[in-house]
Design a protein. Structure first.
Length: 304
């Protein structure tokens, strides 16, 4: 229920207790970081609220009146309870900051997040990290639903209700099996790429959304051609290596296969496939604790 207007605020009660414990208003004022006139004013206002004098001023300092002694005894209980509340809040904040839930799109989760995590573990070894992986739309929803404190997405669009800040760069590349005819070509034009059925991720994935955005931007009126939709990058790489068809994937995701020769990446002309990877969190909020640390770590390096 609402408190009576006769009840002094916590700061005034805390000051009153200090006056009695330290023996004077001047020493209490110093302990609380305020001037003596300000402290005297607060005590007078407290006495006005309660309706009785609480202190006797003497040449040796200040001491409680009989009524003041009772009020001070009650005030100590209130101040002690406030101290317990403050300690409890600190404990809850520490527990919250010791656990971080992250949502990241598949490419980021598989190829960038492990390195970020190693750096974060060095900086904050007591922090427990939980990672939820999905496509960019699912990541955005996880952050909006507060299942994650920060998310990392690949898609070019903005998400309503989320701040969006660049953390790294990447490049999409076309990959084919070594026996595919494109593996022997010097370059592939954008028209041929748009006409060729491709193996692609599901709608909502950052890789697919960014590729469709690039085609629409650089080739107005054209759309990419879909031969097969798969929901994992690993499944797409397996299908490409088996000769099912070409695919567009992150350079991060296929670097090892290209180096090993199990996949080949022909040059694509006149189509800008560079992209920006971004961190997202709820609009109007500030990152704190391990989420802020992870964001700073992610921003330290760039990938092309």
């Amino acid at each position: 229920m609402p408190l009576s207007p006769r009840v002094p605020d916590l700061a005034a009660l805390d000051l009153l207790v200090s006056v009695v414990e330290l023996g004077s208003i001047g020493r209490a004022a110093h302990a609380h970081g305020i001037s003596q006139p300000s402290a005297s004013s607060r005590i007078r206002y407290l006495e006005k609220l309660v309706g009785v004098p609480v202190l006797e001023r003497t040449t040796l300092g200040s001491r409680p009146t009989p009524a003041g002694a009772l009020i001070i005894e009650w005030a100590r209980a209130v101040v002690d309870a406030a101290g317990q509340l403050d300690l409890g809040i600190d404990t809850l904040r520490a527990q919250r900051h010791s656990r971080l839930r992250v949502a990241a799109s598949q490419t980021i989760a598989e190829y960038l997040f492990p390195g970020w995590l190693m750096t974060l573990r060095t900086a904050a070894p007591d922090t427990t990290i939980a990672l939820e992986s999905g496509n960019s739309v699912e990541v955005a929803q996880a952050v909006l639903d507060r299942r994650a404190g920060i998310g990392f997405v690949e898609s070019p669009g903005r998400f309503r209700g989320l701040e969006s800040h660049p953390v790294a760069r990447d490049r999409l590349v076309v990959v084919v099996a070594p026996q595919h005819e494109w593996a022997r070509r010097d370059a592939i034009g954008p028209d041929e790429l748009a006409e060729t059925p491709l193996i692609q991720r599901e709608p909502g994935s950052g890789t697919r959304t960014w590729f469709e955005h690039a085609v629409a931007r650089d080739m107005p009126g054209r759309q990419s051609n879909i031969a097969l939709e798969l929901s994992s990058t690993t499944a797409i790489k397996t299908a490409v290596a088996a000769g099912v068809g070409p695919a567009v994937l992150s350079s991060l995701a296929v670097a090892a296969e290209i180096a090993a020769g199990t996949l080949t990446s022909p040059t694509i002309t006149d189509l800008d496939l560079d992209r920006t990877l971004r961190a997202v969190w709820p609009t109007g909020e500030r990152l704190t604790g391990p989420a802020r640390d992870l964001y700073a770590i992610a921003c330290r390096r760039e990938f092309r």
